[in-house]
Write a protein that binds this ligand. Structure first.
Ligand SMILES: Nc1ncnc2c1ncn2[C@@H]1O[C@H](COP(=O)(O)OP(=O)(O)OP(=O)(O)O)[C@@H](O)[C@H]1O
Ligand SMILES: [Mg+2]
Length: 291
């Protein structure tokens, strides 16, 4: 598989700061992969996202060492316009990227900047507003939208460029449970129907564990753990330190282990939990019968 993102020995230090925000980060994300990036506040997740798309050091000044490439293009040397056709980013606060006065213009703006013909622009706007569920709201001002709708609009304006990779920086952090559900369903649809690679920064991991290929856990500017969710949650996680909660079923399993109940593995989904707990209960019953 082609590397969608390849990062080698990346160090980043913001201008005027003593400490490095990223320390020797190396990482590869393959085409079509869905990767979840997590870790405590301030550990460098947003910095990593910004550096992948070249916002650091181009817009936010910093000393950078190492290399970042997106489909073989050097993120530090390639123009934002060229990169935007391969990779799009939805910011932690979507209001930062909503710059026009209508939903329609918001999606049209990047397409016009890249010189797409008007008919193609109209077609793509119709298509992406339908995908993200904002059809009919074309004339609304972005400022009047709900948090979840703003997030969906930011996703639409990125999606309209048909990038091969989308970075979503905490897409659900400002949303209520219903908004979170809509956005997570939308992200899963992007992966399933449009085959885009996704790098999502998230503290809430439960919705994604059955869909992600890999989880990356950062701490203090470094990658501390990475692997499939089943590997990551096979041991009890220090929630305070790493800033994310395991799935509830995994937490139940840790509690059972603490009480001396032996489990064949740690479940990460309800389906796993049903199978694992059923086996344990049935073994318990047979032990009772034999006694
Ligand atoms: N523009 C900046 N100038 C100087 N320091 C910065 C800048 N942006 C971030 N930092 C610092 O870099 C470190 C990493 O910040 P970053 O925003 O990447 O963390 P994060 O993991 O995204 O945190 P959060 O979960 O709170 O969003 C922090 O110590 C932060 O204070
Ligand atoms: Mg952040």
């Amino acid at each position: 598989m082609t590397a969608a993102i390849e990062i080698k020995n990346l160090w980043v230090r913001y201008r005027g700061e003593e400490d490095y925000a990223l320390r020797d980060v190396s990482l590869e994300i393959k085409e079509g992969e869905f990767v979840l990036l997590t870790g405590p506040s301030g550990c460098g997740k947003t910095t990593l996202c910004y550096t992948i798309v070249g916002i650091v050091p181009r817009v936010i000044k910093a000393e950078v060492k190492g290399s970042v490439s997106v489909f073989g293009l050097d993120s530090f040397k390639t123009s934002p316009a060229e990169l935007s056709q391969y990779i799009g980013i939805v910011f932690q606060n979507p209001e930062m990227q909503l710059v026009t006065s209508s939903v329609y213009d918001e999606v049209a703006f990047p397409l016009e900047n890249l010189g797409f013909p008007p008919e193609e622009i109209r077609r793509r706007i119709r298509e992406v507003l339908d995908i993200v569920g904002l059809k009919g709201l074309e004339d609304r001002s972005p400022a009047s939208l709900s948090g979840g709708q703003k997030q969906a609009l930011a996703i639409a304006s990125v999606l309209a460029l048909r990038p091969k990779i989308i970075i979503l920086d905490e897409p659900t952090s400002q949303l209520d449970p219903q908004g979170t559900r809509r956005i997570t369903d939308l992200i899963l649809k992007l992966k399933k129907d449009f085959k885009v690679s996704i790098l999502a920064v998230e503290h809430k991991v439960e919705w994604a564990v059955n869909h992600i290929d890999r989880m990356i856990v950062m701490d203090n500017g470094m990658i501390k753990m990475q692997g499939r969710p089943a590997e990551i949650f096979s041991k009890k996680i220090d929630v305070e330190r790493y800033g994310f909660r395991p799935p509830q079923v995994s937490e139940i399993a840790y509690k059972l282990l603490e009480r001396g109940i032996i489990l064949p593995s740690i479940p990460i989904s309800l389906k796993d939990a049903y199978e694992i707990f059923r086996r344990v209960l049935e073994d318990g019953k047979s032990t009772c019968r034999s006694n």
